[in-house]
Design a protein around this ligand. Structure first.
Ligand code: ZN
Length: 99
């Protein structure tokens, strides 16, 4: 049996989780320091899981101070709120579900 690739592992973690996970959570599970490479993998996975009848759902980032919800589909967590300028942001969270 071959080893699963990191993207396969990412898909498995996101399919098996009960709660949506942040990029930081994924970095922990994957023992991967490089957040940027995980973000790239997520962008790639969003396209590929569709072929397998699954969908990568993203819970958008939110400002903890004023409640502003980031509407952007960008996977990268924003650094500050455009409305109140707060940097206290809940990052986007991800989960894979059957479509
Ligand atoms: Zn805000």
């Amino acid at each position: 049996m071959r080893r699963e690739t990191r993207r396969e592992k990412l898909i498995r973690i996101l399919s098996e989780t009960e709660e949506p996970l942040t990029v930081d959570d994924l970095a922990f599970y994957l023992h991967e320091e490089d957040r940027r490479s995980i973000i790239e993998d997520l962008e790639h996975i969003a396209k590929t899981v569709r072929r397998e009848g699954m969908v990568l759902l993203m819970e958008p980032a939110r400002c903890n101070k004023c409640g502003y919800v980031f509407r952007t589909a960008r996977v990268k967590p924003p650094s500050r709120c455009p409305r109140c300028k707060s940097e206290w942001i809940s990052p986007p969270r991800f989960i894979i579900k059957e479509d």
